[in-house]
Design a protein around this ligand. Structure first.
Ligand SMILES: [Zn+2]
Length: 435
């Protein structure tokens, strides 16, 4: 057991600034399979807000600007129930909405037309996927609220864990995947799936689904696919369960009662959401997306500013689960590049995957070689324990590493692969957005 002390006091500023933040979501939608649309309402309860707040309408990239209502070809949003749309930016990508006077909840009417593209907002292997689509309130990061556009690829979410209450009505014969374990009841013309879960975001999948469930402790690890792809369920389930057991053994109990893997054939493999992942059935992608449940879903980060924190750590665990996924001996990550944000990668798309996934994973492989597997595992377990349910920044990772790995080893590694070690002379100022 190595008991190392930090070489200098570590500042641990919160990645999420105090200020207006979402306190909960209530989503009521109905799915129409004839036109493949979702219609209904999204109510956002706010905390700490006196007046209008910014809301990100993520499916509205490129939508028509307007103040009375915002619409793109795929998604329409209007403020209702006394709420008012007071401003719009980025072609309705971000809007400012005022709740009714004296109220803390704003309500939007939403209409979502699901595209035909093989996309995480689209249709893959016969399943309708709705990821990164529902409106979310913009929470403030270290630099204040980010009102710029979402990245064209990759993720850009910064969201605290709050209660989401989501219901989707569908005709009989269809199943709805939501975070958590939905309750099913008869509804008008079919059935209503309703789930309540404490998560950062809610992804939805709809289809005539076949499922394979395996209980791992108290968690239902479920893999679903359309009937035409149901043949992959046994193998995909075994891969998901193996990755889930591996991560849970290392980092502790998974907080949700179910993890659902939706099998698709997305060109880039998969996308992660709290409690739900969309994934191709191969071992590496399933392992990667399951590992995201700890790095992003449980330990959150600013995905736009610090994409490496979840992607590099997730890719490292993918490499542990499927050795050889990344060609580490050839990886030469230049220090300072790994920590770039999605603004940089948007302008350098060719290097994003190589640096943030491969080089990032290989950087942790190198640290494991010099520090030892057990100390690194203890350090990462400390990182998860310190920031579970919250938002982590790079300093949190550094602070956790030096709890189990000698400071000089961490500093040398950090300087080579990450940048200047984040020593700071200011005392810790921890704001734990723990939920
Ligand atoms: Zn990933």
């Amino acid at each position: 057991m190595i008991a190392a002390t930090p070489p200098a006091p570590i500042a641990t500023p919160a990645a999420l600034s105090p200020g207006p933040a979402p306190a909960g979501y209530r989503v009521r939608l109905r799915f129409d399979p004839r036109v493949r649309s979702l219609e209904g309402t999204v109510a956002i309860r706010t905390r700490g807000a006196r007046g209008p707040v910014w809301v990100r309408l993520r499916a509205n990239r490129g939508g028509a600007p307007g103040v009375a209502a915002c619409a793109s070809a795929r998604t329409r949003v209007a403020a209702i129930a006394g709420s008012t749309l007071v401003a719009a930016r980025r072609g309705c990508g971000v809007v400012r909405v005022a709740p009714p006077p004296g109220a803390a909840t704003l309500t939007l009417r939403v209409g979502v037309a699901i595209p035909a593209a093989n996309d995480s907002f689209g249709r893959s292997l016969g399943v309708d996927l709705v990821g990164d689509v529902l409106p979310v309130m913009v929470a403030a990061g270290a630099g204040g609220p980010r009102l710029g556009p979402d990245p064209e690829w990759g993720e850009g979410l910064l969201a605290p864990v709050v209660p989401w209450d989501v219901s989707v009505g569908v005709p009989r014969g269809l199943t709805v995947v939501l975070p958590g374990v939905p309750r099913v009841r008869d509804g008008p013309g079919g059935r209503v799936f309703r789930s309540r879960a404490r998560v950062r975001d809610a992804a939805i999948a709809v289809g005539a689904l076949r499922a394979r469930s395996v209980r791992v402790g108290r968690v239902d690890v479920r893999v679903v696919a359309a009937p035409g792809a149901a043949g992959v369920l046994p193998a995909a389930s075994a891969r998901a369960v193996r990755a889930f057991r591996f991560m849970q053994r290392r980092y502790g109990r998974y907080p949700l009662p179910r993890l659902t893997v939706v099998v698709g054939n997305l060109p880039w493999g998969g996308s992660e959401y709290p409690g739900v992942v969309f994934s191709t059935p191969d071992t590496a992608t399933v392992s990667h997306e399951v590992a995201h449940q700890w790095f992003f879903s449980l330990v959150g980060n600013d995905q736009y500013r610090d994409p490496w924190l979840d992607e590099s750590l997730t890719s490292f665990h993918e490499q542990l689960l499927v050795p050889g996924t990344y060609d580490c001996p050839r990886a030469r990550p230049p220090a300072g590049l790994l920590t770039r944000g999605m603004g940089y990668w948007g302008a350098h798309p060719g290097a994003y995957e190589r640096v943030v996934y491969r080089d990032g994973a290989c950087a942790f492989v190198a640290l494991q070689r010099t520090a030892g597997a057990a100390p690194l595992r203890r350090a990462l377990a400390a990182y998860v324990a310190a920031r579970a349910g919250g938002i982590a920044g790079a300093r949190d990772l550094y602070a956790a590493l030096v709890t189990a790995v000698p400071g000089p080893v961490v500093d040398a590694w950090w300087a080579r692969y990450v940048g200047d070690p984040p020593h700071a002379a200011v005392p810790p100022a921890v704001v734990a957005h723990r939920a």
